[in-house]
Design a protein around this ligand. Sequence first.
Ligand code: ADP
Ligand code: MG
Length: 941
Amino acid sequence: MLQIEHISKQYKTGDFVQQALNDVSVNLRDNEFVAILGPSGSGKTTLLNIIGGLDRYDQGDLIINGTSTKKYKDRDWDSYRNHTVGFVFQSYNLIPHQSILSNVELALTISGVHRQERRERARQALEQVGLGQHVNKRPNQLSGGQMQRVAIARALVNNPRILLADEPTGALDSETSIQIMNLLKEVAQDRLVVMVTHNPELAHQYATRIVELHDGSVISDSDPLPDDQVPIRRARHRTFGKASMGLLTSLSLSFNNLRTKKARTALTSFAGSIGIIGIALILSVSTGVNRYIDRIQRETMTSYPITIQEQSFDLNKIVDSAQETQKEAKAHKDLKAIQPDDSSVKGASSLTSSITQNNLTDFKKYLDNPKSEIHQYVGSVGIQYSYATKFSVFGHDPDGKLVSADKVTMGGQDDASSTASQMATANTDSDMGDIQSMQMSYLTGKTEKNKAPEIFGEIMPGADAKTTISKVVTDNYQVVNGTWPKAKDQVVLVLDKNNQMPVTSLYKLGILPSSQYTDMMNKLNSGQEVKVDTKPIEYTKAMDRKLSLVPAADQYAKGTDGHYHYIGDNTDQMTKAADQGLQLHIVGIVRPNQGAKATPLKVGVGYTRQLTDYLIDQAKTSPIVTDQEADQGHSVLNGMAFAPADDAAKANDAKAYIASLGVSQKASMAQEIMKGSAAMAGQEAQGRAGAAARAQGSAGIPTGASAEQQTAQAFDQYIATAPQDALVAIYNQYVSTGTYADNLSDFGLISRDAPSRISIYTDSFENKNSVGDSIKHYNDKAAEKNRIVYTDYVGLMMNSVTTIINVITYVLIAFVGVSLVVSSIMIGIITYISVLERTKEIGILRAMGASKRNVSNVFNAETGLIGLLAGLLGVGITLLLIIPANSIMHHFMGTTEVNAALPASGGIALVILSVVLTLIGGLIPSRKAAKQDPATALRTE
Ligand code: ADP
Ligand code: MG
């Protein structure tokens, strides 16, 4: 029972108001064939649309089986159309890109009926209208009558109780019209059929009731329902089950649509893929470059560790303060007065204040703890500890003369006696750590007594105790003669990559005669031209040299006074010591490989960790160390207290010290003081000591041994009566015994807990950074004085490279991002056009009961599919483009090591990105599609 009660409907177009329906009241039986007649524009379609829930009435009520529809929501109308009503239109309104079967299935599809059942029922409906043979045809392959029968089958497939037909025969010839009318009559046997027509003949012939409309009002009704049959109780609200359409259905609808427009879909997808291709290519190239950098980094990182010196300075701090000074200087530009410039003082101050003493003992404890955070980042080479072992090495040159690895000739000049000789003997090949330590001793002015010869270096041991020589060394060096050393008394000569070794080193090792060196130095210092014999030296000849190592502790001899004396500068005693020293054998000659990534060995002599261990153990048991350890209060060198209690004690010590000196020592000390007092006239006390010496000196201009004796005597006299402050000054200047620790250090005692340098190797740049972070964390927890300071030179270098590459990548990605935005806007436009194009289809979907959300889902599914296609296409094309791109890159970079490659994760991410972007692009058009008024949509042609 369908009751139309006083329904009115107006259309407003601008100022013009069209009264399409004017107080229409008709009651329709559950089972009759009603024909609505009337001239064009009389409101027939409007009435039908309102009955079918496609259009809304302004006034009145539509009562469906006793239920008022006044409070119906969109969802109720959708459901009503889907379950209760079937529509047949004059222009068939089949969806052109779907098969006949799919068209008929549509209403079932929308209500979420399963595929199998859908198929079955659609087939049945098509058989019913006599089209069982044509199920797989498309609408445009059928005649008009056949299409209308498909439309009827579609309307009936859901078995609705109401069939609404709007001029179903309007576009058909009379013969076909009759067939359709027969079909409708048959359909009307068990349901309500309302048919709009302007053909009175057909209406009268087939319909059971005729309602005539004119200007929106009912002017006649051939079979109105008597008033007593109209139910009285009504206006009860009831909702229908909702029409539902799954995502898969939306997808298959859009997929079918896309399939019918292959060319356009392909073009759209291609356009959409361009942005993706751009990003994918950039991603691939930067991945390739980054992989290359990673590899380089790994190779570099295994060669260049983070190095922490016992003494370090904060390079960043120095740079900062320099920049600060510059800024300040600029600020004074306009000053109209003299501005004292303190930049050099500041510079020096920042230099010295930035020097820090690292507590490597505590840090080593942290490193030794296997639970420390840092361990997860340490690479295969591991953590290396270096120790400042103290020893001298002697040898005999081809002439049989004793040579020292420190300064070539015993008792000869130091290397550094003149600028020219310094330049001539400078070691040209040093590793990073050496440079740092050189700078350090320069900055602190601290000389390390008895330190190992400059040309001697430990060869880095392997990460485990069994390997004598680290892989970093064996990977980067080749043995040109002999073998690598295996024991403490075996060493190798290390050449540079051109097989060279500085001549000075060759003199120091006694490979070239030292007389040449003396000659060279003399000439250099007197400004003469120097010629050096650079004839190549046979490997075996060099390896024949015997070297002898004398530990620092053995360079002191106990005297009759019970004190130890330094004998390192005494040729006779050192010759003896060398004979008893550890004999070193040169077992091989090595040099860096061609293309070595790192050269951690010093040019000179390389020795093993075994030797270091031997020296550490040796020092511990040496007599001088044991003696010193036995009396920690007094220096074994002179028997005096390390820390005199007061000035009186110092003065006494000074007296005792001078008394213990021999005549010539006393005389030379007196002369020293004399010189010192002339130079430092400001220091009064010293001046007085000097004056005394001078007074004695001027008394009788003494010569030879007697002169020495006289000076010594005068000096003794002066000391006996000297005031305390003068004696304290002498003590500070000449006697001071240093500290207990200094002494032990000078004797070469080393604790394994106190390395002089820690090198932490990593396998990657990230890990190196993480090690840096770990040290930061260590510092955060450590006490102020235990904080570790180091300069990460390689990091500084490499960081900027990666930063540059990252910046370039980001810039390129930004460019491509723009193209991505453009292409998604384009996809939006295309979707929009598609919406316009498919307005009719949207109307049909809505008429079948599809909800707004269903419609927008269909369009979203379509854009999603296009996005997916675009993404896959983009990734696919990129994979193809990478092949020529790589050969171009190889050509221009001249290396095949950089290979562009699209990482799988990146590819997947880009496909997702493409889908998301196109979905966003299609969002507005699909919203618009959903908002379309179904009645208006159906009216569009
Ligand atoms: P019929 O189907 O009897 O030819 P309609 O129901 O289509 O008549 O139209 C009734 C009147 O309402 C006509 O004058 C038509 O111009 C007007 N009309 C129908 N739909 C609209 C609309 N969407 N906007 C404005 N006027 C409309
Ligand atoms: Mg009409």
